[in-house]
Design a binder for this molecule. Structure first.
Ligand SMILES: O=c1ccn([C@@H]2O[C@H](COP(=O)(O)O)[C@@H](O)[C@H]2O)c(=O)[nH]1
Length: 508
């Protein structure tokens, strides 16, 4: 059975994502500073065995780090193999050796790790390319061995090189895994090491490598935020991530209790992820609920009876002009940014499919600016910002456009609502004329209602269809309805009126 199948099975069987590290730091071995190698090695073996004894009900896997065994000198290798053979067979062993070398040498490392040491999986550096990884997961180790590739490690120095290539490594891991598995396909044979110290990198890795296991060290002694890491790195089933902890367990007064607590803390976070997902399936995400609550509080969203320009009597009204303070605009920008990043306009969790935000005069100008700022603040996405003047300037630099150059660039248009869609169409035609490439529209509210009873398409759908670009909204009528139904705070007559309005004018 392959390494990652065993990890999956064991994780399900014991309902845990905890990987227990076996790092016999000399300082933890209680031996005299002048003790001979044999004595130190015996203490290291005892140290690891006592951790295994205390933690095995919670451990999906054990992760001995080869450095600590190599540092024991001559008896080091025998100690490592003794530790590995003392681990119950039902628990897969991950040797943290971070190898990476040319193919022929990598083959020797694979022999050393799997055959001589008895490990089931390894950690590898991917920087020398596919041929340095292949010997660990093909040939005699095909369908058996598995490797976690260093992607964005937990140490501060991971900012120096890995930060810039983590996205690429995450993508390549999926491709290499398929290449190694060949026509047989099957469970991926590669995973990724992404430190719990960088939630953004975890989010990106999870997006790039949906089906791969992520090993996320850095919790405990290195200060990684367990909760933030899990929220970012867990897959949609609340799994797919192993949390290795070494010193956080080995140095605890009660190791069994420490491992149990970690297992439970991890499982609590998993539950929240799964609950969050089912909420999403109900049609409303957290940022949307927060946005509706905030719009109500701000008086932007009102329930009652309102006559629209179209002559329709609407049970609700949205007046974006009432986002009229620094705090309100700040929150509004965050909501736009969250909706963009959870839409098809996001490329990864920290990159987008557009280069410039365009805010059409007048309302779009301030909206575009706050969205550009929020994308940067909340997601590290730094795109250009431009807007237009309604009237040409006859002095200074002149011209109708201000801000980032849009020629040849992919542009997102930001506005508040689409009523008839005329303003957005005008922006689109202006952008096309200056050789910009409009790729999407972002709005606050999609009323999602038919343009006329004999025209079943909404204004937003018509814009998306005619201009062939996505229109993304923070909320739509569906979420508004979901919010009202789920909240016990509104008069039944409001829900009734919105239900009636939706069934009469709403589009799917
Ligand atoms: O990015 C990485 C990759 C590997 N490690 C290893 O994991 C353990 C962490 O030990 P703690 O005591 O839980 O901090 C150790 O063996 C490292 O070499 C890592 O920390 N970060």
């Amino acid at each position: 059975m392959s390494f990652f199948s065993r990890i999956s099975d064991r994780s399900k069987e014991i309902d845990s994502l905890l990987c227990v590290g076996l790092d016999p730091h000399l300082a933890e071995l209680n031996v005299a500073s002048d003790a001979d190698e044999e004595t130190v090695a015996a203490a290291a073996l005892q140290f690891c065995k006592s951790i295994i004894e205390a933690t095995h009900p919670y451990a999906v896997s054990y992760k001995p780090n080869s450095a600590f065994f190599e540092s024991l000198g001559e008896p080091g290798h025998a100690t490592l193999t003794s530790v590995i053979s003392s681990i119950p067979n039902s628990i897969p062993v991950l040797l943290d050796c971070k190898r990476g070398d040319i193919g022929s040498t990598a083959s020797a490392y694979a022999q050393a790790s799997y055959v001589k040491s008895g490990a089931d999986g390894v950690t590898l550096s991917p920087l020398m390319g596919y041929d340095s990884v292949e010997p660990f997961v093909t040939g005699e180790f095909a369908g058996k061995g598995g490797a976690f590739l260093l992607c964005k490690t937990s140490n501060p120095g991971s900012e120096d090189i890995l930060k810039g290539v983590a996205g690429k490594i995450a993508r390549l891991a999926g491709e290499w895994s398929e290449r190694a598995n060949g026509e047989k396909g099957g469970v991926p044979c590669l995973g990724l090491v992404v430190g719990a110290t960088d939630a953004a990198a975890l989010r990106q890795a999870r997006m790039e490598a949906k089906g791969l296991w992520i090993l996320s060290p850095g919790v405990g002694a290195q200060g990684g935020d367990l909760d933030a890491a899990l929220m970012a790195g867990l897959d949609e089933e609340g799994s797919g991530m192993l949390v290795p902890v070494s010193r956080g367990i080995s140095r605890a007064e009660d190791r069994a209790e420490a491992a149990k607590k970690l297992r439970d803390d991890i499982n609590d976070a998993r539950k929240r992820v799964v609950e969050g997902k089912s909420k999403k399936e109900d049609g409303i995400e957290t940022f949307q609920t927060e946005f509706i609550e905030f719009a109500l509080q701000q008086g932007v969203l009102k329930f009652g009876s309102f006559t629209l320009k179209s002559g329709r009597e609407s049970p609700y009204f949205f007046n974006a002009g009432l986002f009229d303070s620094g705090a309100a605009l700040f929150k509004l920008g965050k909501a736009y940014a969250a909706s963009i990043m959870s839409s098809e306009l996001a490329l990864t969790s920290s990159s987008v499919k557009f280069d410039v935000i365009f805010g059409p005069a007048y309302k779009g100008i301030s909206l575009g600016a706050i969205v550009a700022a929020a994308l940067y603040a909340d997601f590290g996405v730094d795109v250009g910002f431009a807007y237009n003047r309604k009237e040409a300037k006859d002095h200074g630099e002149g011209g109708m456009l201000v801000g980032a150059s849009m020629k040849g660039k992919k542009v997102l248009v930001v506005d508040d609502v689409i009523s008839a869609g005329t303003a957005i169409r005008e922006s689109h035609s202006m952008l096309t004329k200056i050789e910009a490439i409009p790729v999407g529209v972002s709005i606050a509210l999609d009323r999602a209602e038919k343009r006329a009873l004999d025209d079943p398409v909404s204004a937003v759908q018509a814009v998306a269809r005619d201009l062939a670009i996505p229109v993304v909204s923070i909320v739509g009528l569906k979420q508004l309805f979901g919010f009202l139904s789920g909240s016990g705070d509104f008069d039944a007559s409001i829900l009734e009126a919105v239900t009636k309005y939706r069934s009469e004018y709403g589009v799917d």
